[in-house]
Ligand binder design. Sequence first.
Ligand code: HEM
Length: 1121
Amino acid sequence: MGSDSDSHSDASSVVAIDEANVEDAAEEININIFEELRLPKDTVSSMLQAWQRFLSCFDTREACGSALYGVVFESVPSLQTLFKTPKVIQALRMIDELDNLVKHLQKPKELKQYAESIAFRHLNFEVTVPRAMIFRDALVDCLKAELCDDLSEEARMGFMALFGWVGGAHIYTKTTYGDRLKILRESWTKVSSREKNEEVARIIAEDVAQTANKEEEEKGEKSANDDASEGSVSEDFSDHVVATKQEESQGCCAFLRRRGLGSSAAPSAGGKDGSSRKNVADGAERTAGNASNAMVVPMTFSDMFRFNAQVMGFGVGGWMDQILHSLGDIVMNAADATRLHEECDLLSLRIDKVSTGQVPNLSQFKSCMLASLRSLLPKEWDTNYEVAWNWLWDNVAQLLVKTLGSSMQWEAAVNTFFASLADDTRYELRASIYDRFFASTPAGQEYFKQSDTRLHFIVEKVFTFSMEIYADPWQLIDDLSALGLRHVGYGVPTDMFAPFVNACVDVIKGATEDGIAVIGFRTSLGIVAKQLVRTVAEGSTIVMKAVNANSRKMLQRAISCAPRGQRFQWLLKVQVGTQSISPLYWAIESGNVAAADEIIKDLLAFRADRERYYYGNDALFERHQDIINRLCREAPMLMPTLLDGLIWRSARTERGRRRVNYYVKHLVVNQEGDAAEFLREICTIKDPKIMVHPVVVTVSDTLWNGLVRNHFLLSRLWFLASLLIFMLSEAILPKEPDISSIWEVRLVVFFGRTFMYGVTMTRLLIRFAWKSCKDIRRRKTFKFMGIPLPKHLHNAMAVGNLALAVLLMLMCTYEPMYQCLVSVPKDWPTMDCEDAEDIRWTYSALGLLAMAVHWSLMVDLAVFSTGLSAFVLVCAQVLSEIGRFLVALIFLLLTFGSAISVLEHPYFEMRDIPNSVLCLFSITILLYEDDYRTLMEEPALLTAVLLFVLASSILLMNLLIAQLNSSYVYIYQDMVGFARLNRAQKIVEALANVNKQHWSTFVSSLCFDQPLEFNQGDVGVAGGIQITEPASEHLVLKDSILRFGGSCSMELEWPEEAKKSEDLDKLTKIEKLAKKVLRRVAQEARNGRTSKGSNQGHGPGTSSVSSGQNESRAGMSLADD
Ligand code: HEM
């Protein structure tokens, strides 16, 4: 414990070990005293050298950790049962901790703190002197084996002393503080345990009910009973208040004991409605008046605390609340010196923020805390508890007092300093921070490789944080956790933070003479850095490391040691404090696509033991509801991996058919039960290949056939009816000479046209207005030739609808029947009247356009057939080619038409530009009626015409055919994909209008909650749709479910996976061994060369060198192999 270390380091003497007694220190393990370890300088430097050499023998820290772990694990079988954490993790921790110990050798105070924190983490293990010795010897043997002669005797002794000292620290700490920490942890767990508290609440409720019943029976009168009951409780309560005041140190346990609950009274996190969470001070008044209020007896530690604080007259809220809020973290991290410092530093800032200028009286908190604990743990409480809690609080108070009350002046000084900086000074400061940092820690340059402006932005943020932590210490901590997790993603090692903070502080120190500002800046940045370091340390899981390395192999190895029940969690969530990061999302965000791909594959692999199936589909979509959106936008190349993972195909076939399960629940329905965004998102990629993926086809067909088709058809029926009426009233009835004059027919025409204007046109306009308003309200617009238009007009159908509405509007204004109503009311309805004469042609032209547009809009119906739809799309695609051809043709026509009309010639058909153009055009499309021989007399004209024919018919026409041909071939490949894309877009549009009732019925018809069979009788995972497909459609040689025998415990990793990683480890070991042999051989060869160098020129010497070289060469080739 940090406080502990402070208090105890003062007490303990600092003993330096000189050369003479290094040997003694190496031999014995002192468990009676724990003092700073000061080894002679020479010993330390040879240890550091040896350690660096040892680390350099391995490619990675993981490999180094594995070697150490292996030696310790194998050489001490009796300790094997203690190693429960997966090997990869444990090995990494081991190497990190040993590395830190060695690095701290030159700083004995920090070394002691560090050793102490390790010792506190070993409180639960039975560390004994013989075990510590075995451990020490195994580690040193490993160093010796790896370094051979490179490990000097001095360094070996030093390592023996260091590891023995750490072992002694473990035992000393356990005997001295182990019991106290255990008491603290256990008692805190009890007073904050919800289950226990609910049990107490139940007992109290029963007790109150029994008392009330008893009193009822005694008094026999209901109303009187109520009063009596209230009186009794009230009496009890006032008794209690008096008693509490009298026995301050006893808190309210007297009250609970009097109620017969003393032994079981413990706090509660509150009832389900949270009523008991309320401040008990308020409850006290209510309790006095009502029997049922006995339920508000303080049951949580905080309630009890507040209650006692009220009763003791200390008041509640303010600074006390802040400590109360942090107490849980303080108690649970009492063994971690660094963490305790961190908590106390932060707490003191928060206390300063709420206590307006007054330094709080911490002893009040202590007496109230002890009273509350005694009340909640009346049975367990004894002197050991008293000692443990007093010890904790004294240490905490010591840490708090150091900084309490100072933060206000620090805040003011830091703010004033930064506000006084001119822009260019600020710039210089930022630049020199990097200069200093890179000078002290050159490795830091590897992380800060961004542009200059970005680097300045980061340091500016650092300045801001140093101020914000004072302004809002609550919010910033959350932000820092998130930032820390981002640093995990950037792969920043924790030992970079201290030099970075030092660089910052040094630069600020040089820029101001205000000492308070410097202290303020150092303190706040220190807190920020500690928080970041902790988050990085906790968040740097092996999975995150593998993600940062973007290595499939590392990822497989990392995840292979996850307990099977937590495997998905390892891949999807790294939680630190209130913040979490997803390795999968980080892999996507940082562009580590290989890692992301591997994660998705692993999540969507089917694994099974005898008891259950493991499939990460649900875990993935529950954690990342927007996964489809993310993939579509940031990593569409991962989409096929995800979709492939949602299919299971049976290896068995029955009567030529194979079962296929599509796990598409989360692609159809989201967590809220509404339609999922899958199709909408997938349409945004506009990739025809992905549209024909079986999963997309299944989702799309399920929605189309089950829900959208009928809805779509219904919505198109009115359009069909409208076209029919339009045809009758414009193109059929008025054009039939035999019947067009009949009055009834004219009446039908009139009603038909009125229907078109009244219903079709109005409907189209209303829809257009509604959609436009919606888009404008949501600011969804796009610019067309600089004019902002609502987004729905991006769609060709919407433009077609608008065009039809506008044409109908114009037709309505020109409608001859309406014009004739005024002039010939007798014959009416008719179109033949004088008033209508002038407008009839315009009207008919508008009718022509409207009819064409109306028919074109019917193309939409092609969506019913994928083939037809594909054909329509192909036509639309090749239109662009035709457009280009037409432009070229018009150009040629104008060129030749103009040229020919300039020429003096007698040929009447080509007398001027329009006639020439018309004539040339008919030649191009082979509709020219005349003969070329008529032009024989005019060679110039004939030449021009023939040149035109050459350019248009031979060149342009053939070019067009060739282009159509090739683009058809190209488009044809994806034609079905495009058709499906089109249908998917229709489905998305239709889903927005489906009512909730229809949707729920449809979803329940899919039975997503029913597990699907894999094979007969083998009931598997729910959330999918099962179909059968022809066996020949896909080749499935092996069942894709990975089945494992052995134990079915969810705590265990998958055996095969573990074996696979063991195999990998073995391979790595062999590789290492081979490298080592090669190194030795090469070294021996070198030695041989040197020793025989003097004999150079002599036969044997020469042969020896060349044999050494040969060996070395052989070694190289082996290594390459
Ligand atoms: C008190 C210490 C530090 C603070 C307050 C801090 C703060 C920040 C902030 C605010 C960002 C931008 C966050 C983002 O946009 O994701 C950032 C990014 C970064 N930091 Fe730190 N940082 C600290 C220490 C370090 C150290 C010691 C290193 C490594 C030597 C480091 C490496 C990085 C890197 C690599 C980035 C990403 C830059 C990018 O990709 O644009 N940071 N840091």
